[in-house]
Design a protein around this ligand. Structure first.
Ligand code: PMP
Length: 352
């Protein structure tokens, strides 16, 4: 019985990639040493980093006017690096669409005044915030493109002259993102890109300015160079994951698959007599993170265990909201979603 991992992150990675990594781990390309034993300045590793950047640029159509940075510290460090580097006037606008954007706001407010451009707290984050027609006199506007915990996503973006900054941790490479609409996007790798430890930042070059900051915290110090030792293993695996995505048909194919998976699961939830989706607004449902519930904590927990015994793991909701959640990242096959739906029906028929 195969195991299907519905974790929100670190999430499921493609099995062929893990098998390849395993086969190469002791001796990378017959070099006699492991990739994790190599200098990050070795020609073999530099080639890995270069290929990773090339593949990302091809997959996401990132032009040369943008720099690609391979950092550490997770998306969480970007909550601070963004205002530290892009702040000029000390006024930053944020859209509050969920737990992660709230954390981004909390960190940014240490560096200046946060202007709340919109919030969906009134619907307990069940919708995407409404934003004003004009947003100006701020250094940038930040939003969380896909809300991992609440299961919502933006399908339209504000029209504004200030740079848009987006946290794309849970939908990067899972759906098309028009990079050129943004001044900066960032993502922790551990969902759709590879193992934890790598953080991607894609930034429009004209926004990179020299700042009086500790070297690691300044984007300018990371442009077109590896400032210090990156998370070499994470970069290596990420490069292989991106090769897999390219071979499978690229981001448009990933998006097609993710739409099919999420629509199938949502259809099952919308028509179930026991389970119901948390996000009722059909216009903003995430393709990658689908929270649901029976409406009763004890029954939710009983289902989580029931599913776990059948090889469907990590279906618990985020610890802050409870309930259930299925994350359907690129590596989750349609078969995993079909198994989940069958298991929900089996549980329902069992009289729970
Ligand atoms: N933003 C979003 C949208 C996330 O989903 C997460 C992690 N689940 C984070 C930020 C925090 O990421 P990290 O653990 O990489 O700091």
């Amino acid at each position: 019985m195969p195991t299907y991992n519905f974790s929100a992150g670190p999430g499921m990675l493609p099995a062929p990639v893990l098998e390849e990594v395993q086969s190469q781990l002791l001796s990378y390309k017959e070099s006699g040493v492991s990739i994790v034993e190599m200098s990050h300045r070795s020609s073999a590793f530099i080639e890995v980093a270069r290929e990773l950047e090339h593949r990302l640029r091809r997959l996401m159509h990132i032009p040369d006017t943008y720099a690609v940075l391979f950092l550490q510290g997770g998306a969480t460090l970007q909550f601070s690096m963004v205002p530290m580097n892009l702040g000029k006037s000390g006024r930053f606008a944020y859209l509050d669409s969920g737990t992660w954007s709230k954390k981004a706001i909390q960190d940014a407010s240490r560096f200046g005044d946060v202007v709340l451009a919109g919030s969906s707290t009134a619907t307990t984050y069940g919708t995407i915030p409404v934003w004003p027609e004009s947003i100006q006199d701020v250094d940038y506007l930040h939003l969380t493109l896909n809300n991992t915990i609440e299961g919502t996503r933006y399908t339209a973006l504000p029209e504004t002259n200030v740079p848009l900054v987006a946290d794309v941790s849970s939908n990067i490479l899972a759906e098309a993102i028009d990079v050129e609409r943004f001044g900066l996007i960032y993502a922790g790798a551990q969902k759709n890109i590879g193992p934890a430890g790598l953080t991607l930042v894609v930034i429009r070059r004209d926004l990179i300015v020299e700042r009086d900051l500790p070297s690691y915290l300044a984007y300018s110090k990371h442009v077109d160079t590896l400032l210090n030792t990156p998370a070499t293993f994470s970069l290596y695996v990420a490069e292989r994951v991106l090769a897999w995505i390219e071979a499978e048909g690229g981001v448009s194919e990933m998006e097609r698959r993710n739409r099919e998976k999420s629509e199938r699961l949502y259809h099952a939830l919308d028509t179930s007599s026991l389970f119901r989706p948390i996000v009722t607004d059909t216009t903003c449902r995430s393709l990658t993170n689908i929270p649901f519930t029976t409406g009763d904590d004890v029954t939710d927990e009983a289902f989580r265990k029931f599913a776990e015994m059948r090889g469907l793991i990590e279906l618990g909701g985020h610890r802050s909201v409870g309930g259930l959640r299925a994350s359907l990242y690129n590596a989750m096959p349609l078969e995993g979603v079909n198994r989940l739906i069958e298991t929900m029906q089996e549980f329902e028929q069992g009289g729970h």
